[in-house]
Design a protein around this ligand. Structure first.
Ligand code: PGD
Length: 802
C-alpha cells in the first residue's frame, strides 16, 4: 500500500454505481477483490472518510477506498490526538474565579486555573442560573457559530442549542453563515432558496457532458471542494473538470489569483481587480444588449423587470452606459476581451457560477444577483450544464446529486427567545446593546448579552477586525468555551471545558450530498479529562434539574440508534436494503440512494413557468425585485447595480489583501496538525505577493513581512508569486491568532491571522453578511527580532497540565 503525504496511506479506488428505473441510484461500496481491504476503524471528517489505526503516538490514516482523490488534509490527524495543543482538563480564568463574573478586559496571557469537573460544572450551572434569573434567556448568546466536526449526534451546535433551549428556555441565536451571509438572503428574493440554487442544480456530470463554457467568478478551487460539512467519501470534481476540458469545454476563471481554478480544467485566467466583478458582469450584459444577443423570449416569459434594468445598463437612468470600455477601466480586463467573451457566452451551452468569496464583501448581494441577470439574458437557466449555479465548486456539497433519504439529524428543541442577529454582527451586538439595526426589511434592535456560550467554533478565526472583537467581548460577564484544543477562543474564555475529538467517540457521519452513511467508530480513548459535549451538557442539565428532558433517557449509543432509524425506515419504504443499526455499525457503512439528476427547481420552472413557478413573489426570476426596492436601502436597491466599496486602496493602504480559505486545513481546525504545519515557514503563515509589489518594497522570497492597516497588524513569510496579480496580496485564514506578549491594544499577531486586518461591517442593510474576503493594507519588510510563535502552546505554566 503506497504511502503519501504526512503518513496518509492510500487504498485503490473503484466506484461502482447501480442505476435503477426510478432515476434514483445506489452507490455500492467498492470493496471487491481488486482493492486491498483497508485496515483500521472506519471514521469520517468534513474533508473525507477514512480508516484509522492507532500506532503508538501516531495515527495511521487510510482514505476511503472509493475516494478517487482523497484530501491531503487527512494528514492533519496523524499527530493531533496527543498534541500539546489539546486541552486536558477544565480550566477557569483566575480573575473570574477570584472576582466573579462581570465585564472585564480579558487578556490572552491571563492566568488560567485547573478546576475539577464537579466544581466547574457546579460553578457554571450557578452562573447560568444567575443570568437567567436576573436577565432571562435573552441575555445568553448561544449563536455559537462554527463548523465543529463531522458526526450527526455529537454535533456541537446541535448539542449546545438543544441544551440552552431545554435548560434556559432559549437563547439569542444567529442566522445565516460566514460562508454565504449575503447570498442566503438575496437569493430567495430573486430566484429561490439558497439550498435549491446551490445544491440541487447543475451537476458535475452535466458539466462533463454538456457545458461548452463555464464562466467562474472566483474560480473553482479544489481546496474548497475537498470540504463538505458532515462528510464526503468521493472527491469527484477534478475528474469532471478534466473530462469537460477534454471534450472541448472552456473554463474562464475570473479571479485575482491564477490558481483559483485547477489545471485539470485547463482554465483561461482573467485576472480581475478584487471587488469589481459586478462591473465585469454589467459590461458583458451591455454587449449582449447592444449587439442584440440577449434572449428576448426567455426574458419575457421567465423574468420580471428587464426593461427597467436595461435602462440602467444603457445609462438612461444615471447617464453612465455600463459598456465594455466602462467595465475595462474598473476591472483591468481589456474591453475587447469582454466583448469577445460576451459573444462566446451565447455561442454554446454556457454556465455562470459565482463563488461565496464575491459576496463576502461590501455590497456582496450585487454579484449574486447580477450573475443571475446575466444568465437570464443568455437564456439558458434550467438547461443541462447551463444557466446559473450559485456557489458551484465552493464546497464538496455542490454539483452532486442529493440523497433520496433523510440523514440522521439531532433535534434542537424549541427556542423561546425571538431575538437574533445576522451571524457576523456579533461585535455590533455586544458593543451596541439596545441599539437599532436593519435586516432584510426588518427594523430590529440588539439584545443585551451577559453570557456568551461557545462550542464548536472559533470566533478569533472566523470574525473580522479581531481587535474590535476583543473590545466587544469585554462587555460581557462570562464567556464559556468547549473545544478540544487551545484555540484563541479557548484561551480567551473564562471557563474552558475540554471536548473530545471525533476519534475519541462513536458517531454517525453523513451529508445530504454524500451517498454513504459512515459508522464513525471510536479509535482511541479520550485524552486527559476530555468529555463529549453531550456528556458535559447532560451533567449541566442534571444540575439545572432538566437531565431527563435533555437526554430523553437515552445514552449516547442509544441516541445513535435512535437517529439512525428515520434513515433506515426511509430505505425500507423505498425498497432498498435497510439494515438494523447493529448491522450498519458492524458493516462500518451503508450506501444511500441518490435522487435523480433533474436540475431541481430551475429545470422545472424553465419547462413550465406557469405550472412550476419559482418561489419568488412574481413566480419568476426577479431582475427587478419590488420587495427589495420597497425596503428603501440605497446599499441594496431594487435591481443589481455597480456600487464601489467605500474602502479603496490609497496611499496608506495601497494593496488589496485576499483573505480566503486555506488549502492545508479546514478553517482554523487542526492548525497544529502536520499537513497545516508543512505549509508554514518558520511556524508562520505564508503571504503571497506579486514580484512588482515585492520589488517596490525591497521584499525577497522568504522575508518576514508586516501586513498592517488602521485596524491591526500581523507577520507572515513572503512568497513572491506571479500567480497573484499586481496590487494584490494573498494570506489565507486559519492561523490561530497569536498576539505579541505584553502588548495591550491592537497587538501584532505574530503568526499571520488576516482577520486582525479585515473590516467588520455588514454587506448591506439587506443581509448584514460578513465582509472578510477583501481588505486594503500596506506591507513592509519586518526589521528587528520577531517574537516567537506560541499559538499552539498550552496557556499554562509548565507542570500544571496533568
Ligand atoms: P473552525 O476553525 O472550523 O472555524 O469559522 P469556524 O468557527 O467554523 O472552528 C471549529 C472549532 O470547533 C475548532 O476550534 C475545533 O477545534 C472545534 N471542534 C471540533 N469538533 C468539536 C467538538 O466535537 N466539540 C467542540 N466543543 N468543539 C469542536 C469558519 C468561518 O470562517 C467560515 S464557515 C467562513 S466561510 C468564513 N471564511 C472567512 C474568509 O474567507 N475570510 C475571512 N477573512 N474570514 C472568514 N471567516 C469565516
Amino acid at each position: 500500500m503506497a504511502q503519501f503525504q504526512h503518513g496518509v496511506a492510500r487504498a485503490a479506488p473503484a466506484p461502482d454505481t447501480t442505476r435503477l428505473a426510478s432515476g434514483t441510484e445506489l452507490n455500492e461500496p467498492a470493496m471487491d477483490d481488486s482493492v486491498s481491504a483497508p485496515t483500521g476503524t472506519p471514521h469520517a471528517s468534513h474533508w473525507g472518510s477514512f480508516f484509522a489505526r492507532w500506532e503508538g503516538e501516531r495515527l495511521a490514516v487510510t482514505p476511503h477506498p472509493d475516494d478517487p482523490a482523497p484530501s491531503p488534509i487527512l494528514g492533519n490527524f496523524t499527530d493531533s490526538l496527543r498534541h500539546k495543543a489539546r486541552i486536558l482538563r477544565p480550566m477557569v480564568r483566575r480573575g473570574w474565579l477570584e472576582n466573579g463574573p462581570g465585564p472585564r478586559r480579558r487578556d490572552f496571557s491571563d492566568d488560567l486555573v485547573p478546576v475539577g469537573w464537579d466544581e466547574v460544572l457546579d460553578r457554571l450551572a450557578g452562573e447560568i442560573r444567575r443570568v437567567v434569573d436576573d436577565a432571562g434567556p435573552e441575555a445568553i448568546f448561544g449563536g455559537s457559530y462554527g463548523w465543529a466536526s463531522a458526526g450527526r449526534f455529537h454535533h456541537a451546535q446541535s448539542q449546545i442549542h438543544r441544551f440552552l433551549n431545554v435548560a434556559c428556555g432559549g437563547y439569542v441565536r444567529s442566522v445565516n453563515s460566514y460562508s454565504a451571509g449575503a447570498s442566503t438572503v438575496i437569493l430567495p428574493h430573486i430566484l429561490g432558496p439558497f439550498e435549491a440554487l446551490s445544491r440541487r442544480n447543475v451537476t458535475w456530470d452535466q458539466i462533463a457532458s454538456h457545458s461548452d463554457i463555464v464562466l467562474a467568478f472566483g474560480g473553482l478551487p479544489l481546496k474548497n471542494q475537498m470540504i463538505a460539512g458532515g462528510g464526503i467519501t468521493q472527491h469527484i470534481e477534478a475528474d469532471a473538470m478534466a473530462r469537460a476540458a477534454a471534450r472541448g469545454a472552456a473554463f474562464w476563471s475570473v479571479s485575482p489569483l491564477r490558481d483559483d481554478t485547477p489545471g485539470e480544467a485547463r482554465p483561461n485566467w482573467l485576472p480581475i481587480r478584487p471587488g469589481t466583478d459586478v462591473a465585469m458582469m454589467l459590461g458583458l450584459a451591455h454587449t449582449l444588449l447592444t449587439e442584440d444577443l440577449h434572449d428576448r423570449a426567455f426574458l419575457a416569459s421567465h423574468c420580471t423587470g428587464f426593461e427597467d434594468f436595461a435602462a440602467y445598463l444603457a445609462g438612461s437612468t444615471d447617464g453612465v452606459a455600463k459598456d465594455a470600455d466602462w467595465a475595462a477601466e474598473l476591472t483591468g480586463i481589456a474591453a475587447d476581451t469582454l466583448r469577445e467573451l460576451a459573444r462566446k457566452l451565447v455561442s454554446g451551452r454556457s454556465l455562470i457560477v459565482v463563488a461565496h468569496a464575491l459576496q463576502r464583501a461590501q455590497y456582496g448581494e450585487q454579484p449574486v444577483w447580477m450573475a443571475a441577470v446575466l444568465a437570464a439574458m443568455i437564456g439558458q437557466i434550467g438547461l443541462p450544464g447551463g444557466g446559473y449555479n450559485y456557489a458551484l465548486g465552493t464546497m464538496g456539497h455542490t454539483g452532486r446529486r442529493v440523497n433520496a433519504v433523510p440523514i440522521p439529524t439531532m433535534a434542537q428543541g424549541k427556542n423561546g427567545v425571538g431575538a437574533f442577529i445576522p451571524v457576523a454582527r456579533i461585535s455590533d451586538m455586544l458593543l451596541n446593546p439596545g441599539q437599532p439595526f436593519a435586516y432584510n426589511g426588518e427594523d430590529l434592535s440588539y439584545p443585551r448579552i451577559k453570557l456568551v456560550y461557545w462550542a464548536g467554533g472559533n470566533p478569533f478565526h472566523h470574525h473580522q477586525d479581531l481587535n474590535r472583537l476583543i473590545q466587544a467581548f469585554s462587555q460581557v460577564d462570562t464567556i464559556i468555551c468547549h473545544d478540544s484544543a487551545w484555540t484563541p477562543m479557548a484561551r480567551f474564555a473564562d471557563i474552558v471545558l475540554p471536548a473530545t475529538m471525533t476519534l475519541e467517540r462513536d458517531d454517525i457521519g453523513a451529508a445530504s450530498t454524500d451517498p454513504r452513511l459512515i459508522a464513525m467508530r471510536q479509535v482511541v480513548s479520550p485524552i486527559g479529562e476530555a468529555r463529549d459535549d453531550f456528556t458535559i451538557f447532560t451533567d449541566l442539565a442534571a444540575r439545572l434539574g432538566c437531565e431527563q428532558a435533555f437526554t430523553e433517557g437515552r445514552s449516547a449509543r442509544e441516541w445513535l440508534a435512535h437517529l439512525y432509524e428515520p434513515t433506515r425506515r426511509a430505505l425500507e419504504e423505498q425498497g432498498w436494503a435497510a439494515p438494523s443499526f447493529e448491522a450498519f455499525w458492524q458493516a462500518g457503512e451503508i450506501p444511500l440512494p441518490s435522487a435523480p439528476d433533474d436540475g431541481g427547481i430551475l429545470r422545472a420552472f424553465r419547462h413550465d413557468p406557469a405550472g412550476q413557478p419559482l418561489p419568488t413573489p412574481s413566480g419568476r426570476i426577479e431582475i427587478v425585485s419590488q420587495t427589495v426596492a420597497g425596503f428603501g436601502y440605497d446599499d441594496c436597491p431594487g435591481h443589481p447595480v455597480w456600487l464601489p466599496a467605500t474602502e479603496q486602496p490609497d496611499a496608506a493602504a495601497p494593496l488589496t489583501l485576499i483573505a480566503n480559505q486555506p488549502a492545508t486545513r479546514l478553517h482554523s481546525q487542526l492548525d497544529f496538525g502536520a499537513y497545516s504545519q508543512s505549509s508554514k515557514r518558520g511556524g508562520r503563515e505564508v503571504v503571497r505577493i506579486n514580484p512588482q509589489d515585492a520589488a517596490a518594497r525591497g521584499i525577497v522570497d522568504g522575508d518576514l513581512v508586516r501586513l498592517f492597516n488602521e485596524r491591526g497588524a500581523c507577520l507572515a513569510s513572503a512568497s513572491i508569486s506571479g500567480d497573484v496579480m499586481p496590487g494584490v496580496v494573498h494570506l489565507p485564514t486559519g492561523a490561530w491568532y497569536d498576539p505579541q506578549p505584553g502588548a495591550t491594544d491592537a497587538a501584532l499577531c505574530v503568526h499571520g491571522n488576516p482577520n486582525v486586518l479585515t473590516r467588520d461591517i455588514g454587506t448591506s442593510r439587506l443581509a448584514q453578511g460578513s465582509c472578510g474576503q477583501v481588505t486594503t493594507i500596506q506591507c513592509e519588510r519586518f526589521e528587528g527580532i520577531a517574537p516567537p510563535v506560541r499559538a499552539h502552546e498550552p496557556p499554562v505554566r509548565a507542570g500544571e497540565q496533568p
